[in-house]
Design a protein around this ligand. Structure first.
Ligand SMILES: Nc1ncnc2c1ncn2[C@@H]1O[C@H](COP(=O)(O)OP(=O)(O)OP(=O)(O)O)[C@@H](O)[C@H]1O
Ligand SMILES: [Mg+2]
Length: 253
């Protein structure tokens, strides 16, 4: 079952930012969250990660109400990579990644082989092994982003929530990150702006507009010419790619 949202509403002042959102993230699948700037994606992800409480509605993790689960228990299974993640510190890369192990450790347990294995594997999977002793502050924007992804992987999550994780990455690292997330045995929810990347890698998509879900389903079902026009305000042609059999969007120039 994993993550289920039921009629979520979140308001800030008089503005309803998330307006009656319901969806189910299928176990082990990658759910793409699309929508124009300001449509409520980040707000929704912060509700799902337990960083904000909805005004009404319910989020459940394996049928347990998120509000009734302790923060530490949530952190042991849900990893969240924020849109503007920062780490203000003099830490080295490996130390930032080690922070991902924090929810799994008790006051009395020392650093274990399992912790080591998770950190080494996370560095390897994100291509950050060679830079593991570098100072965080010395990294490029994309390397910082990949380090945050490594920290999330080191957390060994069952659910992974990513808010535009590819936005500072070069094309090679965009593709390798999406490939990595789609191959992980976790349930992931990922906000993306690149519609062709979403079509290629996500199992299912939901589209937000002004706080509401206006389309949901497979990439084939969701990414229609009409939706691109009505939600994203672009003229486009959609074909099925002969290379990967997913929809491919050509934008009119
Ligand atoms: N803390 C806040 N205070 C005031 N307004 C907010 C706050 N958080 C979100 N909003 C408003 O809610 C709306 C949705 O914002 P949100 O960041 O969720 O959009 P988004 O879909 O993630 O956009 P983007 O694609 O630009 O990241 C915006 O109009 C934003 O200004
Ligand atoms: Mg956002």
């Amino acid at each position: 079952m994993t993550i289920k949202a039921d009629n979520l509403v979140w308001k800030i002042g008089s503005k309803t930012v998330v307006n009656g959102v319901s969806f189910t993230a299928e176990p082990g699948k990658m759910l793409g969250l699309l929508g124009p700037n300001g449509s409520g994606k980040t707000s929704l992800l912060r509700l799902i990660a337990g960083l904000k409480r909805p005004n009404s509605g319910r989020i459940t993790l394996d049928q347990a109400d998120l509000g009734s689960i302790g923060r530490r228990t949530i952190a042991q299974r849900v990893a969240f990579i924020e849109q503007h993640a920062t780490t203000n510190s003099n830490l080295r890369v490996v130390d930032v990644v080690k922070l991902g192990r924090f929810p799994h450790r008790s006051m009395f347990s020392g650093w274990t082989h399992e912790d080591d294995r998770a950190v080494t594997e996370a560095l390897e999977r994100t291509g950050m092994t060679a830079k593991r002793h570098d100072a965080w502050q010395s990294l490029s924007g994309g390397e910082k982003q990949r380090t945050h992804v490594a920290r999330a992987l080191a957390q060994s999550p069952k659910e992974l929530i990513l808010d535009e994780p590819t936005n500072h990455l070069d094309v090679q690292h965009q593709i390798s990150l999406l490939r990595l997330v789609s191959a992980l045995p976790v349930t992931s929810i990922i906000a993306l702006h690149d519609l062709n990347h979403a079509a290629m890698f996500c199992d299912n998509l939901i589209v937000m507009q002004e706080g509401k879900i206006v389309a949901a389903g497979s990439p084939q079902e969701v990414l229609t010419r009409d939706l691109l026009k009505s939600v994203f305000k672009v003229e486009a042609y959609v074909e099925t790619s002969p290379h990967h059999a997913r929809p491919h969007i050509h934008f009119a120039r």
